[in-house]
Design a protein around this ligand. Sequence first.
Ligand SMILES: Cc1cc2nc3c(=O)[nH]c(=O)nc-3n(C[C@H](O)[C@H](O)[C@H](O)COP(=O)(O)OP(=O)(O)OC[C@H]3O[C@@H](n4cnc5c(N)ncnc54)[C@H](O)[C@@H]3O)c2cc1C
Length: 589
Amino acid sequence: MSVRDLEVPVLIVGGGGCGLSSSIFLSNFGVQHLLIERHAGTSILPKAHYLNQRTMEIYRQHGIAEAIYEVGAPIERMGQIRWMTSLGGDGPLDRREIHRMDAFGGYSLRDRYEADSPVRATNYPQLRLEPLLRREAERRAPGAIRYHHELLDWEQTASGIVATVQNCDTDETYTVRARYLIAADGGKTISPRLGVEMVGPRQMVDMVSTHFTADLSEYWDDNTLITWFLNPEGESSWGAGAMVQMGPTWGRHSEEWVVHFAFRPDDPERFNEDAIVPRLRELLRLPDLNLEVHKVSHWILDRIVADKWRIGDVFLAGDAAHRQPPTTGLGLNTGIQDAHNLTWKLAHVLSGSATDALLDSYESERKPVSTDGADWALMAFGNHTVIDAGIGLAPGAPLEANIAAFHALFSEGQLGCALRARAKETIGTQRAEFQAHDVELGFCYRRGALIDDGSAAPTRSDSGTIYTPTSHPGRRLPHAWLERDAVRLSTHDVVDGEGAFALITGSDGGAWVSAAQAASEKLGVAINVAQIGAEYHDAEQTWTRVSEIESHGAILVRPDNQVAWRSRTGVDNATDTLTNALATILGRS
Ligand SMILES: Cc1cc2nc3c(=O)[nH]c(=O)nc-3n(C[C@H](O)[C@H](O)[C@H](O)COP(=O)(O)OP(=O)(O)OC[C@H]3O[C@@H](n4cnc5c(N)ncnc54)[C@H](O)[C@@H]3O)c2cc1C
């Protein structure tokens, strides 16, 4: 063994959003690990930007939400989406707003989103988020985050992983022995060699993203995050272009922007970078716009999910396990949530409080949720063609016909009113993308580290927009503000970010409080207890409304704030009942 060789419980391959989040969570759980990333620095591509409420809850639990809020977009600077013909120009069809929609918990959605979570969503492009996550990861695990180190090869042995890693600065190689490997490598290296099949349609579209700096303060408004351009010349809304504010200042004074154009993968024009700047100026109807292009990047759209997420001691996470269209913003968010699901399980298995069986629940929980998310993203992607049809754009129609359709849309009189009403209703169906509150919070683990109580869970909303809080096992713990010692805290705060379980009971749940202590001692697992009506107060009566348990019932919550088990009423032998439930969840029964 060379002096450079290492032995760590967990090796993370990939320093993108999923790998860095895994490192932060593992550090908070006290699990030693090594992260290697083959690039010398974090990504220079803008990529994903929307961080949904669930992701921000996770980042709050792990102590990094505040750092992101300090620099991310405030909700009033990102809470609307617009559909416009252009930003500039003075023709009859220029600068026309076709529709405006509240989005991501902003404006009219604010009360509803705020009632359901202790946090709000934000917007912070990946090329700025990754450096922030890297700093947080390095602070928690000094020396364990190695950029410009590449996984060259590895094998699985009876006792884990033996990996060959190259230090790309010196070209030296060294060996890393790890009990477990998190493949957060975007699917570039590990899964292809393991024979994992990525199932689903591929190569649907080449998304060409242009990241540039320009002063658009005269043409943008302060509340819009994304503007979709629809014009008679565009084949479709994706072909015409979608433009996103990238900060670092938020609102009309944003310095940076990204425009996405969709190309067919067989269209040779997609690589014609010289045509990009003229095309952008034409799209915006700003022929003299002064702009500096930073990067033109290509992103092939697939909707694929790995057939296996656990292969021995290797766990696929993030883009390595699923890749989908950007609509609904579930790509990076799902990857961060994979990391959250996996890391507490690794921590418990490594500490000996759970058996290896707990790790099987990673695939049985995350794969169905991520498959649903990928399908939802694809549906929302395709729905943009419904919008095109709704405003009268017909694919393949002559240019004059499409121009006539736009003139009719903006015309005076009954026909114009009817067409605008139709456009409003049709574009309204895109709530599935921009108001996907239930998709983001209401997801459900049906099989895994949980015990079903046989009751029916509330029906989920067809449009994906209305979230119904429930403490049904497999669901995310409902948020309610509580008070303890005159301090306001969320039910989510009962679960700390250090790997403890939580037991929440009511004013008559004294037997559960003693049971939690006994189960904790017997199984060697920390359980934080909140007795509501004793030291915790349901001052706003929200918990009483959403908890679905009686005052002598109890809910057992996992370290990732998912409900593991509940008893809606009291039982005769609370200690045995709770101990057995926790042992089952940890794979020990
Ligand atoms: C060009 C582009 C544009 C995108 N735009 C959007 C968007 O607008 N909206 C959206 O929602 N999503 C977008 N995405 C998707 C989103 O960025 C991904 O979902 C997200 O980056 C996934 O994070 P990850 O950490 O799982 O993987 P990645 O970000 O892909 O990170 C994987 C890392 O693993 C490293 N790696 C691979 N092999 C090795 C090895 N052998 N050794 C060491 N390191 C290795 C890679 O260098 C990489 O840094 C885009 C993706 C791309 C590529």
